[in-house]
Design a protein around this ligand. Structure first.
Ligand code: ADP
Ligand code: MG
Length: 339
């Protein structure tokens, strides 16, 4: 009996040590960088070989091909071209998620904004400021409540088009994280151009240290300690163009069809569901501080970091996980009072 306890104890110790070392014995840290989804993607996977890593890369290129609104041959491209031909289960799932988030955010996140996004040139890079008249004619086409989804088929009213660019990276990152976990990976970091999905912790058992970009500088505004969750940021600094001294950002206010005049410089959403985090980060940015804080207080099922010119607001659930950094010191405000 004594010997049994002794060996059990030794086993537990070994298991503990193995867990601490994470990537020990046969697992090693595998890394790769690919350019896809119009951004730089860094994958870090702790696994015995590169199989999980290459599998993830193939999957993400495959999803990119289905979801891109800029590619008329993608599933979304065909739908936008008036062809309601069968969408794959994955595209349908993403579209349903997008519509649900549009409903939840009262249209601040709007997947039917493509005609307006295109008019500004944000889909192909041919930037321009559309005349007010043009925006006024396009806005009635962007009512997401008119997207009809029935029996796995999607029908769009004449002229309506879908752009899932504000949510697709969240969905893809979430799926990659799920697939890696299912393949037995216990430690991985998926970085889709600053949209982060953490599988487990770092191989040594410590948190992944995620730099939250300073929206008005080159460095970071703070560091967030992540484990098993998505950390997704939307900000005007990610894509924009300038004309006649005015900066036009790629996140649009669906009410006006013009770049969101947000008092936020960036909105980071942290939670278990990467798709929702991505949709919400775009929506909260559009809402601006006051509405974003109210939205969080009414839900409380996610955490957020809102960066303004002079302040960083964080929700109380992450006060021990976020540390402001950088020389450009902003004051830190802890948000409380959620449901
Ligand atoms: P990024 O893709 O740069 O990480 P977002 O997730 O905020 O940033 O998505 C921005 C993209 O979503 C834009 O490039 C555009 O294609 C689309 N978009 C812009 N405004 C909205 C909006 N209010 N709702 C939904 N999608 C939007
Ligand atoms: Mg988004």
């Amino acid at each position: 009996m004594k010997r049994f306890f002794k060996s059990s104890f030794a086993l537990l110790m070994t298991a503990g040590l193995l867990m601490l070392c994470g990537c020990s014995v046969k697992n090693i840290v595998q890394k790769d960088t690919v350019f896809a989804l119009d951004t730089v993607i860094d994958l870090t996977v702790c696994a015995p070989d590169r199989k999980a890593l290459t599998g993830a890369e193939t999957a993400l290129l495959n999803w990119e091909k289905k979801f891109s609104a800029a590619d008329e041959n993608s599933e979304i491209g065909k739908l936008n071209g008036g062809d309601p031909a069968a969408l794959s289960a994955e595209t349908l799932e993403l579209l349903l998620d997008a519509v649900a988030i549009a409903e939840e955010t009262d249209g601040a996140f709007n997947p039917a904004l493509k005609p307006v996004v295109s008019a500004w040139g944000f889909l192909n890079g041919d930037y321009r400021v559309p005349p007010e008249e043009e925006i006024r004619t396009l806005l009635p086409l962007t009512d997401y409540r008119q997207i009809l989804i029935s029996d796995g088929q999607v029908f769009l009213p004449e002229g309506q088009q879908i752009d899932l660019g504000g949510i697709a990276k969240g969905w893809i990152g979430k799926k990659l994280a799920e697939d890696l976990s299912e393949a037995g990976v216990r430690s991985a970091l998926i970085n889709l151009g600053g949209n982060i999905h953490a599988v487990g912790t770092k191989p040594d058992g410590s948190f992944w240290r995620i730099g939250i970009k300073d929206p008005s500088g080159d460095g970071v505004a703070g560091v967030y300690l992540a484990a098993d969750e998505a950390v997704i940021t939307s900000g005007g600094y990610e894509r924009f163009f300038e004309q006649d001294g005015i900066t036009y950002i790629h996140i649009l206010d669906p009410d006006t069809g013009r770049p969101a005049g947000s008092d936020l410089l960036s909105a980071t959403v942290i939670g278990g569901d990467g798709t929702r985090c991505d949709g919400l980060s775009t929506a909260l940015f559009v809402m601006g501080r006051e509405k974003a804080v109210d939205f969080w207080r009414n839900r409380g099922d996610f955490d957020m970091i809102l960066i303004m010119k002079d302040r960083i607001l964080i929700t109380e659930g992450i006060r021990d996980r976020f540390t402001p950094e950088g020389t450009d010191a902003r004051s830190l405000e802890i948000l409380t009072g959620s449901k």
